[in-house]
Design a protein around this ligand. Structure first.
Ligand code: CP
Ligand code: NVA
Length: 305
């Protein structure tokens, strides 16, 4: 299947068939990659990985995925390129496009990533912005389907902040037929434009302030940090505001018996999730972390010529 767009910037840019095609590729390649038997479908292709924020999973999984496809990768921090300060976003886009075959970027402002994509002639892949984290949610859906079968009709509940992950889950609920609930404190709701887009797309979602009511009967329970990268100064206030939104064994007692627990990581153990939950029998967080590599390799393979 040919990509319908040059870039992978947000999940709801794509239809269900194309997203399912990417996930099927990820599933098919996973055992081959684990056995080091994946054919090199993209020999000598190069991926630029641009970072303005820290990373373990995104950096390592993208760089290794590109090598597994037979190509190479390059880690670039914003300190070196100064996109938008040392030179314009447009010039960075045009120059990088002459050197590499795709750009993965982790950035603050989604608008600048959109601008980069507009001027780049190679695919741009969103590796997290303040607004979105689409690659993470593709890996999350892959993980849900490995453990529970199709995500269709499942009840996915995120407990915590209406942040980039909540926004990308709302984007996903606009395309895949599952029910999404966010339980967040008042004032921490998802982005208004994302909520409106989900509404227009007919997504099945609700925003609640009561974690217990949200988790009741849930098949998938999702957690993320109370404060995101760039919000460190708000940590104290957020710890207080989010205290009732911690994943504990007691809270999860009302979930479906077969529920699974996901966390995009990094986790602040004891803060948004207890050790008992993250290390417990329902947790699939390390499968989820591994699936970053498999889902993203499929994304690279789908979009890179
Ligand atoms: N989940 C995730 O994106 O992890 P990193 O910040 O370590 O890349
Ligand atoms: N919401 C978190 C996700 C980290 C992977 C952040 O943006 O820092």
């Amino acid at each position: 299947m040919e990509p319908s767009k040059k870039d992978f910037l947000r999940i709801d840019d794509f239809g269900l068939d194309e997203l399912r095609h990417i996930l099927a590729l990820a599933r098919e390649q996973k055992p081959l990659a684990r056995r080091h038997e994946l054919p090199h479908s993209h020999p000598n292709r190069q991926l630029a990985c641009v970072f303005a924020k820290p990373s373990l999973r995104t950096r390592v999984s993208f760089e290794i995925a590109m090598r597994q496809l037979g190509g190479g990768s390059l880690f670039i921090t914003d300190k070196e390129i100064g996109m938008g300060t040392r030179e314009s976003v447009k010039d960075v886009a045009r120059v990088l496009s002459r050197f590499v075959d795709a750009i993965m970027i982790r950035w603050f402002d989604q608008g600048e990533v959109d601008e980069l994509a507009e001027h780049a002639t190679v695919p741009v892949i969103n590796g997290l912005t303040d607004l979105l984290h689409p690659c993470q949610v593709m890996a999350d859906i892959m993980t849900v389907e490995e453990h529970l079968g199709s995500i269709d009709g499942k009840n996915v509940v995120m407990v915590g902040d209406g942040n980039n992950l909540a926004n990308s889950w709302l984007n996903a609920a606009s395309v895949f037929p599952f029910d999404f609930t966010l339980a967040c404190p008042e004032g921490y709701e998802p982005d208004e434009s994302i909520l409106q887009a989900a509404d227009r797309a007919g997504a099945s979602f609700q925003i609640l302030n009561d974690p217990l009511a949200a988790v009741e009967g849930a098949h998938v329970i999702y957690s993320d940090a109370f404060y995101s990268m760039g919000q460190e100064e708000e940590a104290k206030q957020r710890r207080a505001d989010f205290a009732p939104f911690r994943l504990t064994t007691e809270l999860l007692a009302v979930a479906d018996d077969r529920h699974i627990v996901l966390h995009c990581l990094p986790a602040h153990r004891g803060e948004e999730i207890t050790d008992e939950v993250i290390d417990g029998p329902h947790s699939v967080v390390y499968d989820e972390a591994e699936n970053r590599m498999h889902a993203q390799r499929a994304i690279i393979a789908h979009f890179m010529k």
